[in-house]
Design a protein around this ligand. Structure first.
Ligand SMILES: O=C(CO)[C@H](O)[C@H](O)COP(=O)(O)O
Length: 205
């Protein structure tokens, strides 16, 4: 099980401070969508240069022009880029093709998608990695529910989990054995990010 640090709504300098503090405990550095909108591929490139031994996920949240956006992410040094589950199958196939050519991976973000039929379609298209994701805005109403795992049960997919995961919810989530646990605010907003990341890493190891 890998721990992915999500860097969202942060300045360039704060992103690097946080990575430096928690780098020993994390496996994947996620460059959040808002951070990419602010700084573009330059920050993905810089993280890749400074942390060559960490996997990098560019949270592009691509939903169209798949080839172009996947090429942007991989050529900047990302190992994984995200594509929305509601995208056209053609968009998803295009990004999977670029990933194969680049030696990278596509993570399909299941934000607001809860159809089992869509999961089966995604599997048929060749998707291998999906993220069960409770969005930031929805987190104001509810916390991450482990029932979400039923959506992907029995399918041959790697599973990531995101959406307000914290030290309190992590034990329940671990029981479902996801491949990747994505944590943003619980680490980036903590008084001691290094300690929270260390505890989380210990829990999942
Ligand atoms: O993709 C995201 C937002 O769209 C976040 O990276 C993900 O939700 C993790 O952050 P947090 O733990 O703060 O919810």
């Amino acid at each position: 099980m890998k721990l992915q640090l999500a860097l969202d709504r942060l300045s360039w300098d704060r992103c690097f401070q946080l990575i430096e503090e928690v780098s020993e405990s994390i496996d994947i550095i996620e460059v959040g969508t808002g951070v990419i909108k602010e700084y573009g591929m330059a920050i993905v490139r810089e993280i890749h240069n400074r942390y060559p031994n960490h996997e990098i996920l560019a949270d592009m949240k691509t939903c169209d022009a798949g080839k172009h956006e996947a090429k942007q992410a991989f050529s900047a040094g990302a190992d994984i880029t995200t594509v929305m589950a509601f995208s056209a199958d053609l968009t998803i196939k295009d990004t999977l093709e670029v990933a194969e050519e680049s030696g990278g991976e596509i993570m399909i973000d299941l934000l607001e998608v809860d159809s089992r039929n869509r999961m089966e379609e995604l599997s048929k298209v060749g998707v291998q990695l999906v993220s069960l994701h409770l969005g930031k805005d929805r987190q104001q109403q509810e916390g991450f529910q482990t029932d979400l795992f039923s959506l992907v049960k029995g399918l041959d997919l790697k599973i990531a989990v995101a959406g307000g995961v914290n030290l309190e919810s992590l034990p329940r989530i671990i029981q479902e054995k996801p491949d990747i646990v994505i944590v943003g605010s619980a680490i980036t907003g903590a008084d001691n990010p290094k300690e929270v990341a260390r505890q989380m890493k210990n829990m999942i190891s």
